[in-house]
Design a protein around this ligand. Structure first.
Ligand code: NAG
Ligand code: NAG
Ligand code: NAG
Ligand code: NAG
Length: 280
């Protein structure tokens, strides 16, 4: 075996040993916590915090690569906070020199969601250096959804009921229901999408009449909104249209008759005038 290959294998063994056996930095990941509550981002390390020891906490907002994470705190014998993090964050062990670097966040905000990096640097103990990643998700109950109805509620038509919460983490699931005593429908006549909150009602008839309730729920709680569906017969609209059309035609006829008489009388006067002029 050539020495370079031996070296590679040795490196891989050391790497595996570090990963499997005794990672220098250990974290609990992921963490889910409710908005308004507090959370501990657990981070422990196994190195002696002597000269040169540095602890850093960094934060990357969702969608930002870890490499662009911003500094939250820096400890090298003295503690430095960055940004406004100090106002609602603290260390559970301060100074963090006894193996615990856990970050405590008070009164979680939706904007605290993101990736947190616990970074230990110890130049005197390279195997005691390392980092741990923690994915924190701040859970938010669904906001009261807004219900709507798209389309015209005439028999035979298709309409879509809509339902949408503006807030909620994880994204709410939407489910529609009708009143307990509602007339039964064929399954294909109601098509629900639990992710976008739509409910398609196909081929409307009197059986669809009633109140429809949309429930928006996620892991934290649920809330609802309702839509009232009235179904009109196209027969009704036919009669209404007929009445309107009839009135319109009557007005047209009246106008035509009036116009004819007006035109006639103007014409007659003109002829009389011509005759009189002719006699001069
Ligand atoms: C963090 O968790 C969220 C939701 O569980 C996931 O979508 C995201 O990919 C995770 N990010 C990382 C860096 O693990
Ligand atoms: C919701 O999803 C259904 C299909 O599942 C689709 O027909 C409908 O257009 C979607 N509605 C919206 C508002 O995206
Ligand atoms: C629509 O419903 C009516 C009864 O209400 C039925 O006679 C008709 O066949 C249905 N049309 C379709 C396309 O399903
Ligand atoms: C939320 O609920 C879904 C399904 O009920 C489950 O799979 C998921 O793990 C839950 N997430 C959290 C953070 O509790």
């Amino acid at each position: 075996m050539p020495p370079s290959q031996k070296e590679q294998i040795a490196w891989i063994l050391v790497f595996l040993f570090k990963v499997v056996c005794c990672r220098a930095v250990q974290v609990k990941n992921p963490i889910f916590a409710r908005v308004g509550e507090s959370a501990d981002l657990l981070c422990t390390y196994s190195t002696s915090a002597t000269q040169g020891f540095i602890l850093e906490w960094r934060y990357a907002a969702p969608g930002t690569p870890a490499i662009q994470a911003k500094m939250l705190l820096y400890f090298d014998g003295r503690l430095y906070w960055f940004g406004s993090s100090e106002s609602h964050m603290s260390l559970t062990q301060d100074p963090p020199v006894k193996g615990t670097a856990t970050l405590h966040i008070l009164n979680l905000l939706p904007s605290d969601t993101g990736l947190y990096i616990c970074l230990i640097t110890n130049p005197n103990d390279w195997s005691g250096s390392g980092q741990g990643l923690i994915n924190l998700t701040v859970l938010i109950p669904p906001s009261v959804p807004v219900c709507g109805l798209n389309g015209q509620v005439y028999a035979g038509n298709d309409v879509t009921l809509t339902c949408q919460s503006s807030h909620g983490v994880p994204a709410p699931i939407y489910s529609w229901s009708r009143e307990k005593n509602a007339a039964p429908l064929l399954p294909g006549n109601m098509v629900e999408d639990q992710h976008n909150g739509s409910l398609i009602l196909r081929n409307l008839s009197a059986a669809f009449y009633g109140i429809y309730t949309c429930r928006a729920s996620n892991n934290l709680s649920y809330t609802h909104c309702t839509v009232n569906v009235n179904v009109y017969n196209t027969g009704d609209t036919g009669t209404i249209a007929g009445v309107v059309m009839g009135a319109f035609i009557a007005i047209l006829l009246l106008a035509a008759v009036l116009g004819y008489f007006l035109w006639n009388s103007v014409n007659n006067r003109a002829r009389q005038l011509e005759r009189r002029i002719g006699t001069f």
